[in-house]
Ligand binder design. Structure first.
Ligand SMILES: Cc1ncc(COP(=O)(O)OP(=O)(O)O)c(N)n1
Ligand SMILES: Cc1nc(C(=O)O)sc1CCOP(=O)(O)O
Ligand SMILES: [Mg+2]
Length: 208
């Protein structure tokens, strides 16, 4: 499995509507994204399956890993990774179903004890946030850079930082111990795939 370090791109159905999903995701992968999360809150199961299959194919082509948000059944059907928030179901059950090689991530907000628990239940990475103002999820609980430093010191899993991550804010997160930065708006909130690729390259270069 690839090292969990670098850009973690997360899709957004509103930002990527109108046929933009695949060209913009391909641009992010061309720009070096290592993980791609399919985050779609709709209940259109047929479309979700179709889109996730297409994303799995793209990830395969670019050597990246696909993670499905929230939906254990879809992740199991496609044989890909899964991200679970608090309240999205049992991490231990997901690990049992997806197997030891699957990448499974857990939302820990700003709480170190949740990271410890997630590690015990088989998480591959822990995600903390939101670190900055987020256009995508403005109401997510806030986390501080100090928390990130404490997590780095105490937590033996790769750490994902999320929430308001931009090319301006990412360097501080990486300096304080983030293994990956998870980005929606600052990556996909632009019109042209070429600009998505440029931004992905710039995020990826922060990890060199
Ligand atoms: C990498 C990463 N970190 C955190 C989240 C948030 O998960 P959750 O709290 O379950 O919220 P939703 O994304 O489901 O709205 C995430 N998706 N990815
Ligand atoms: C999906 C999500 N979860 C968060 C958390 O803090 O758990 S913040 C967030 C949104 C991230 O999008 P953007 O890069 O546009 O801020
Ligand atoms: Mg969730």
């Amino acid at each position: 499995m690839n090292e969990l370090r670098g850009l973690y791109a997360i899709t957004d159905s509103q930002l990527l509507e109108g046929g933009r999903l695949l060209p913009c995701v391909e641009a992010a992968l061309r720009g070096g994204a290592k993980l791609l999360q399919y985050r779609d809150k709709s209940s259109d199961a047929a479309r979700r399956l179709r889109e996730a299959e297409a994303l799995r194919e793209l990830c395969l082509r670019y050597g990246a890993q696909l993670i499905v948000n929230d939906d254990l059944e879809l992740a199991a059907r496609l044989g890909v990774g899964l991200h679970l928030g608090q309240g999205d179901g049992s991490l231990a059950a997901a690990r049992a179903l997806l197997g030891s090689r699957a990448i499974i991530g857990a939302t820990c907000h700003a709480r170190l004890e949740l990271a410890e628990q997630a590690r015990g239940e088989g998480a591959s990475y822990v995600a903390f946030g939101r670190f900055f103002d987020s256009q995508t999820k403005p109401g997510a609980p806030a986390a501080s850079l100090d928390l990130l430093e404490q997590a780095r010191a105490r937590c033996r899993l790769p750490i994902v930082a999320i929430g308001g991550v931009s090319l301006d804010t990412a360097p501080a997160l990486i300096a304080r111990g983030a293994s990956m930065v998870a980005v929606i708006h600052a990556l996909f909130g632009v019109a042209e795939p070429a600009e998505v690729e440029r931004r992905a390259r710039a995020f990826s270069a922060l990890f060199d």
